[in-house]
Unconditional design. Structure first.
Length: 318
């Protein structure tokens, strides 16, 4: 299992990130070109990927396992807000910086690594697909809109309009916000899109993860990589404290052990790449965000087998 996680999940991320880093150091990309890549991901590839993945879910899927849905929705959202407030109040960042930090430290990259990690461990079953779908909906349709609202709330009023209302309007206009929300509305209304619809979206969606990690390498080349107390905290919060909170909540509510183990694994993944793209696009929290991604991805090789072992132990105690 450690071999699979290392060579199938961790190393590819570092290889693509290293290519981006090398491209920046060789001056193959100008700052404008880097921003262009970020716009491609943020305005086109990521919204398409979110819309396609969410609309493949069904209304029955959301309500079949209410414990899973409720714990995922409340747990991921609350942990996202905890990451925001700690970055804002403890580490003394601005509201916009704390919002980007929460999109990184408070959100797992479930869309990119979900099936790659869960299927080899638990099998490619309906249960693993359900866990991945539910967590992906929460991350993409709840925390990203909240993060964008908080990011815009912290920007100068000249950029967003008037206070909270301007921040809401500016956030809603972003494709990465309205696309997953619209997709969830379709799912809740029971509307299914024909399969012939998806290839057109998936062609651009496939560029999402690779370009996002490549752009993270470009961003990392513009700032000195460093390890600080905050970077370590972000890593520990993402890989250990967040899944621990989910594990305790699920165990106390009596979730079935294997389902709980899959949910914990889904919530202990490295930071969502969407947060890195947003960081680079707005030039906010770039150094700490890229460093948190690098350290968390490396530490994930140890965190994944730990939670496979620890979740049944914790559930048994509770």
């Amino acid at each position: 299992m450690i071999y699979n996680i290392l060579f199938n999940d961790v190393i590819p991320i570092f290889v693509v990130m290293a290519l981006g880093y090398a491209g920046a150091k060789c001056h193959s990309f100008t700052p404008d070109q880097t921003q262009g890549l970020n716009k491609v991901v943020l305005n086109f590839a990521l919204p398409a990927a979110l819309f396609a993945s969410i609309t493949r879910a069904s209304r029955d899927m959301i309500f079949d396992d209410l414990k899973l849905t409720v714990i995922s929705a409340l747990g991921v959202t609350v942990l996202f807000l905890v990451a925001f407030f700690i970055c804002w109040k403890v580490w003394r960042h601005t509201i916009s910086e704390a919002a980007v930090c929460a999109l990184i430290a408070g959100s797992p990259t479930i869309g990119f690594l979900g099936f790659a990690v869960l299927d080899p461990i638990y099998g490619a079953t309906t249960a693993t697909g359900l866990v991945i779908a539910i967590v992906a909906i929460v991350v993409n349709a709840v925390t990203i809109p909240i993060g964008f609202y908080l990011l815009n709330l912290g920007l100068p009023k000249s950029e967003t309009g008037s206070g909270s209302l301007g921040a809401i309007i500016n956030a809603v206009k972003q494709p990465v916000v309205w696309s997953p929300v619209f997709a969830v509305v379709l799912v809740l209304c029971g509307l299914k899109l024909p399969e012939a619809f998806y290839p057109s979206f998936e062609l651009i969606a496939k560029a999402n993860s690779g370009v996002a990690v490549f752009a993270a390498g470009l961003a990392l080349a513009t700032v000195p990589f460093g390890i600080s107390a905050e970077i370590i905290w972000n890593t520990v919060f993402r890989l250990f404290l967040s899944p621990l909170a989910i594990c305790i909540a699920g165990a106390l509510w009596g979730m079935e052990t294997e389902s709980l183990s899959m949910l914990v694994m889904a919530c202990c993944m490295p930071p969502a790449f969407s947060g890195i793209i947003i960081s680079s696009r707005y030039n906010i929290y770039v150094k700490d965000g890229a460093s948190s991604l690098a350290l968390s991805t490396l530490a994930f090789a140890a965190a994944a087998p730990f939670w496979v072992w620890a979740t049944p132990k914790i559930a048994g105690l509770l």
